[in-house]
Design a protein around this ligand. Structure first.
Ligand SMILES: Cc1cc2nc3c(=O)[nH]c(=O)nc-3n(C[C@H](O)[C@H](O)[C@H](O)COP(=O)(O)OP(=O)(O)OC[C@H]3O[C@@H](n4cnc5c(N)ncnc54)[C@H](O)[C@@H]3O)c2cc1C
Length: 452
């Protein structure tokens, strides 16, 4: 690049490649810096689900045909709960939105290639960002070091930190960070032909408080994850014998996948410490996207989708300001505001859930009702797919419908229990419930379309 680029994006993974491609399509000259020198590098600590909420960005990038050609499996989650399996189905005349499962080994190089092929993007591999350049309290560039030890200073109108959960850019910028502990640990491994048949669902076990997952991926490979609470018993079992503890844990799952009958095709990969981190998403001249802005509990399989979405929110919020035609910092503040609105509510819920506390009254209600009622199951699925927001999820008509659908407890007991949950409008829910089923006997709870 002969002149300074408009944008420097630090980190060529899910968020950074998306941002680079979309900024360039908007006319910007983009320098995409990646510390690894090999374009085939991929993130090992990931279980590969692209949630349905990522699909609009996938389509905007033109990525869908590449995903499908690479064997991505359509992703639809089924949830096991103590009330039974929740297997969401499309509304009559509608379709059930799905995401994609494709191993990062294939996805990451594909995204890097897509970004590098976009006119206006230059991808420089083997470039670690080691410092930020500030002038008059704004970020105006980065300092880099190559794998060979060569140092350089690069300047741009905008620096984007897309360098992951331990973001160097975020740390150097000094933006505020909030961290919440995670009281679960996780191990995962890959198995061949564990889930036969066309398009098997992703299975998620909500074991209250543990979790487990079985996710079909490309080439008949499934990834199996166990996420036990950090109890002394669980920690000791996995410390002593990872394969033994892993297999025993899986064998004891309800409707356990037959892991003893199929080949294991990987090592066991474990993580003991997975705190949730939320940062301010901008400073003058700087934006953070993806995990650099917010890294959540891996249990929810959402970080890649939010990486793509946050990149798109940033590009849309800045518009021509990234080309020097408008108020860049105003656009950055608008981006940070949208980021907070889109993901802040979920993150608060995830922080609470990561304590491994027992299910609260709302969770018990929605699981028990979803196991019995198709519309509530769909509502829960759209929430799990991050296609509806927290306020839409807890809209009184949807909760009232669930109260009437469950048959675990007396209606008034459920309503009374719901008062323990912050932000629920229990009086309105109660009014709807007592007004009679006809009021809430709608084909869909408020807040989502049949084929959203
Ligand atoms: C166990 C586990 C399972 C998960 N499963 C899922 C899942 O199923 N679905 C899902 O959506 N999410 C999942 N996640 C989360 C997901 O992996 C992350 O949210 C996602 O990778 C974030 O993308 P990103 O582009 O923001 O950052 P990353 O993918 O972490 O990429 C950061 C990039 O920046 C580069 N970089 C870092 N520092 C520098 C530097 N100083 N200079 C230059 N380059 C740098 C890195 O090399 C890397 O390429 C999981 C996470 C874990 C830990």
């Amino acid at each position: 690049m002969t002149n300074d680029p408009d944008v420097i994006v630090v980190g060529a993974s899910v968020a950074g490649c998306t941002a680079a491609a979309l900024f360039a399509r908007a006319g910007a000259r983009v320098l995409l810096l990646e510390k690894h020198s090999n374009i085939e590098t991929y993130k090992v600590l990931c279980t590969h689900t692209l949630q349905p909420c990522a699909v609009p960005v996938i389509d905007r990038l033109g990525l869908r045909p590449r995903l499908e050609a690479a064997g991505a499996v359509p992703h639809v989650s089924n949830y096991w709960t103590q009330w039974g399996w929740i297997s969401p189905k499309a509304a009559p005349g509608g379709t059930l939105p799905h995401g994609f499962n494709l191993r990062r080994k294939i996805l990451d190089p594909m995204l890097r290639e897509l970004a590098a092929q976009t006119p206006g993007v230059e991808l420089w591999l083997g470039q670690s960002v080691t410092g930020l350049i500030s002038e008059d309290d704004r970020i105006v560039g980065v300092r880099t070091r190559t794998t060979g030890g060569q140092e350089a200073s690069l300047r741009a109108r905008l620096v984007v930190g897309a360098d992951g959960r331990d973001s160097t850019v975020a740390q150097l910028s000094g933006v505020p960070v909030r961290e919440a502990p995670n009281n679960r640990f996780a191990y995962f491994a890959y198995f061949q032909d564990l889930q036969p048949g066309d398009h098997p669902p992703t299975q998620i076990w909500f074991l209250n408080p543990d979790g487990a997952y079985c996710m079909p991926n490309d080439n008949g490979i499934s990834v199996l994850i166990v996420a036990p609470e950090k109890t002394p018993k669980h920690l000791a079992a996995f410390r002593e014998d990872v394969p033994g503890a892993f297999h025993q844990y899986v064998r004891e799952l309800p409707d356990a996948p037959p892991i003893d009958d199929v080949p294991l095709v990987s090592k066991y990969i474990g993580m003991n410490d997975m705190p949730l981190r939320s940062r301010g998403a901008f400073a003058p001249g700087l934006a953070l996207i993806g995990d650099a802005a917010l890294s959540t509990d891996p249990m929810w399989g959402i970080g890649c989708a939010w990486g793509m979405q946050s990149a798109a929110w940033l590009v849309d919020a800045l518009g021509p300001a990234v080309l020097g035609e408008g108020d860049l910092d105003g656009g950055l503040a608008a981006y940070a505001g949208r980021h907070q609105v889109e993901v802040g509510g979920y993150q608060r819920i995830f922080e609470s859930f990561a304590t491994a506390r027992p299910l609260n009254a709302l969770e018990r209600l929605m699981f028990s009702a979803s196991a019995r009622d198709e519309a509530t199951a769909r509502h829960a699925y759209l929430f799990g797919s991050r296609l509806i927001s927290v306020p839409e999820f807890i809209a009184p008509p949807a909760i009232a419908r669930a109260v009437l659908a469950q048959d675990d407890l007396a209606v008034d007991t459920v309503l009374e229990n719901l008062r323990e949950v912050e932000f629920l409008n229990v009086d309105e829910i109660s009014r709807l419930v007592h007004a009679g089923p006809s009021l809430v006997d709608v084909s869909e709870p408020a807040g989502h379309a049949a084929d959203a």
